[in-house]
Design a protein around this ligand. Structure first.
Ligand code: ADP
Length: 244
């Protein structure tokens, strides 16, 4: 894991390079009358154009961390700054708009819309953006070409493989040109060679579009790539600059 550098001392970070900053973030769940702390005093920084792998055992808090980073859930304590904005002070509508504009998501089960074609799936997030049909189509085709699906643009989802579906999901995540793409176990439903292809594609897209990727995985074989590493154990972020 020589190529992985830890994020405990971001001495080269500058304010404009910081896409997301967590400070003393705590998330608790109420369970049958008692409170369970799923994220404990989390501190970390996600930098521009950087790939970050979040790993740890099942139940350690990875999805909770990603949901908070992706503004799908709010923590109980702490501060979160994304692109210089205090995102926890936003109301639900502001948060939804900010998320649609700046954050893309890739899921383990692809979460594509089966009745739509490959291209229509990629166009879908642009329906909330104020651009013409022609422009939507052009953008979708551009990102589908970037992920190697030029010849599959008009296919139905049932006519492409699992690896190709995840490529569609990557194009869909990138089509709105977000600063940050969050991928929760993106290779869990793929065989190992397809998983490697998908991880390499994300590394390539990161380089091409200067997008930050945060990728959660429980598969340590995927970690031997260049990038940051956040190890979560029992809700604590290791290697992420917290002193616990
Ligand atoms: P991971 O993604 O690493 O498997 P999760 O973030 O899903 O971990 O879960 C972390 C811990 O929080 C687990 O103990 C899980 O049972 C608990 N948890 C997650 N979501 C909820 C919830 N909505 N209500 C109560 N407990 C939850």
């Amino acid at each position: 894991m020589n190529s992985i550098h830890h994020i405990s001392n971001n001495t080269h970070s500058t304010a404009e390079n910081n896409i997301a900053i967590f400070n003393a973030v705590v998330k608790k769940y109420n369970m049958d009358g008692y409170q369970f702390t799923a994220i404990k005093n989390a501190k970390c920084t996600i930098q521009k154009g950087e790939i970050t792998f979040v790993y740890g055992p099942s139940g350690s808090g990875k999805s909770t961390f990603l949901n908070i980073l992706g503004m799908l859930d709010k923590p109980d304590e702490g501060q979160i700054t994304i692109l210089g904005q205090d995102v926890l002070s936003m109301n639900d509508n502001q948060a939804a708009d900010f998320r649609a504009q700046h954050i893309g998501f890739i899921f383990q089960s692809f979460n594509l819309i089966p009745v739509l074609s490959v291209r229509e799936n990629v166009e879908f997030p642009l329906l909330h953006h104020n651009i013409s049909r022609h422009e939507r189509r052009k953008k979708a085709e551009y990102y589908l070409e970037s992920v190697g699906l030029k010849d599959y643009i008009n296919r139905r989802l049932s006519e492409i493989s699992g690896g190709q579906r995840q490529r569609v999901a990557i194009a869909r995540a990138l089509v709105t040109t977000p600063a940050l793409v969050i991928a929760d176990e993106p290779t869990a439903n793929l065989d190992s060679s397809t998983s490697n292809e998908i991880i390499h594609l994300m590394l390539e897209m990161r380089r091409q579009f200067d997008t930050s990727f945060v990728i959660c995985t429980h598969n340590e074989n995927l970690l031997n790539k260049s990038g940051q590493l956040i190890h979560i154990v029992d809700g604590k972020l290791k290697d992420a600059g917290d002193s616990q």
